[in-house]
Design a protein around this ligand. Structure first.
Ligand SMILES: Cc1ncc(COP(=O)(O)O)c(C=O)c1O
Length: 463
């Protein structure tokens, strides 16, 4: 029940109108939100030292205006459409979809292992000593750093001791802290080479952290190492599954990149954002394992579990790890400890691996269905990057922007990618996510996309 601060001038008269005006103003300013329950008229009258009839009259007036609604048993509440936010659409919410929640690279949130997470949190709360709930190491709780060192070694062929691991809120924060730490060490802004095309969402974050961005093209083998600028302090790459094209960095390019970093004295920042989901060939280890003194790996549970957990890690050369940990301490003293212990328990108990195995099978089914349906119904669309991850990259051979609305209408999550940094390079493409769409619904969705896409491009689906 909302506690209400109402100012009433008893000497001025018109008490019901005064109360109504005060409540109206509280709703308009957002102090009272839709759904908030108002005090019972008897209680408010007692608080204000007035007769109950005055408050009842004020409430009735507001119900008549549509500001409040009153239902027997549910009391009097602020009406759903009332208030500050009523007239302003939520900028993050278009057509009822969350702009963030429907990213094509998001996992199937319906598959979040709620029972396993609940069991892990329950275990943590039952066993954690009180002292562990204090401010901890800003670099993360040791139990999680140990589990991650072992896990990353086993699954990603990484080469990092627990001391080289720093817990962060996700890849995004790992990148941000690494750039900040580098800029501090250099005493100037960081020259950061970035793949082109790339995820444009990260660019503002990188610039704010202190990076000047230099775009470097990507071809069928990944980043073109020969095009890296000689004065780069660091290079940001997605070797396991280039975002957005889906190219896997070739063995020759891996060797060349590590070699370049050694000669340039540069740090390679490896964004390992969706590497758990590799479907086709043999597993490809991370770059960090090849050159642990040159490469900082950044990963998170955003694809494996859920982006909303905001839980990730970096595995870095010892000096970089120390600087990132220091930067984290200076930023906000570290990540929530209960979640960290819960993830440590999930990994240590094997539940994390079991979940990944199950999801890998499911996502492969969805990917296969999408690739088949695209080949059948949109044969002119060229599909890339299907060996890993939760999205594929489609080049429709023309302007893809019309297809996005059609894809959304068909229930597919998609977005246009334009090589934003160096226009005139690769043609614009379309990232299509397949994590959320059950295999049995894919054909129907792609058929709808083909029908709408045909109308957009003047093309026609073969009947
Ligand atoms: C290229 C790339 N890197 C990293 C991430 C994940 O960032 P975070 O771990 O901060 O959630 C994403 C998310 O979609 C991404 O597309």
């Amino acid at each position: 029940m909302a506690d209400l601060h109402l100012v009433v001038d008893r000497a001025a008269g018109g008490l019901a109108a005064q109360i109504a005006r005060e409540v109206r103003e509280a709703v308009r300013s957002g102090r009272l939100a839709p759904g908030d329950r108002l005090p019972a008229s008897r209680d408010l009258a007692r608080d204000l030292g007035l007769s109950r009839g005055v408050v009842v009259e004020a409430y009735e007036q507001l119900v008549a205006e549509g500001v409040l609604r009153s239902r027997t048993g549910a009391g009097t509440r602020v009406a759903a459409g009332a208030g500050r936010h009523a007239a302003e659409p939520d900028p993050e919410n278009r057509d009822g979809r969350s702009r963030y929640g429907y990213r094509p690279t998001s996992p199937d949130l319906g598959a979040f292992p709620r029972q396993a997470w609940l069991a892990a949190v329950r275990h943590v709360l039952a066993t954690l000593p009180n002292d562990a709930l204090d401010y901890g190491d800003p670099g993360g709780v040791p139990a999680l750093r140990r589990e991650l060192a072992a896990y990353l070694g086993r699954v990603r062929a990484a080469d990092a001791h627990a001391d080289q691991i720093v817990i962060v809120t996700g890849v995004a924060q790992g990148l941000s802290l690494a750039v900040q730490a580098l800029a501090r060490e250099l005493g100037r802004r960081v020259v950061l080479a970035v793949e082109d095309p790339t995820t444009t969402r990260q660019l503002p974050l990188l610039r704010r952290a202190g990076a000047d961005i230099v775009p470097v093209p990507v071809d069928g083998e990944g980043i073109v190492v020969g095009a890296l600028p000689g004065d780069a302090d660091a290079v940001l790459v997605t070797p396991a599954h280039q975002y957005p094209t889906g190219v896997v960095l070739s063995p020759a390019r891996r060797a060349a990149l590590v070699d370049w970093a050694g000669r340039a004295g540069a740090l390679v920042i490896e964004d390992d954002y969706d590497a758990e989901f590799r479907f086709d060939r043999d597993p490809v280890g991370c770059l960090q394992g090849l050159a642990p003194d040159r490469v900082m790996l950044a990963g998170s549970v955003s694809k494996a579990l859920a982006p909303g957990l905001r839980l990730g890690w970096v595995a870095a050369p010892p000096g970089v790890a120390r600087a990132v940990r220091l930067a984290r301490g200076e930023l906000d003293l570290g990540s929530p400890v209960i979640d960290q212990y819960a993830l440590a328990h999930l990994i240590g108990s094997g539940a994390y691996d079991r979940h990944l195995r199950r999801m890998r099978r499911e996502y492969r089914r969805r990917r296969d269905a999408l690739v088949r349906a695209l080949a059948e119904h949109l044969p002119r669309v060229t599909v890339h990057g299907i060996s890993a991850g939760l999205h594929l990259y489609a080049e429709p051979g023309g302007d893809p922007s019309g297809l996005v609305a059609a894809a959304h209408a068909a229930g597919l999550s998609a977005e246009v990618v334009t090589p934003a940094l160096a226009p005139g390079g690769r043609p614009a493409g379309l990232v299509i996510g397949f994590a959320r769409l059950p295999a049995h619904r894919v054909t129907e969705a792609v058929r709808a996309l083909a029908a709408a896409g045909g109308a957009v491009s003047g093309d026609h689906e073969p009947s």
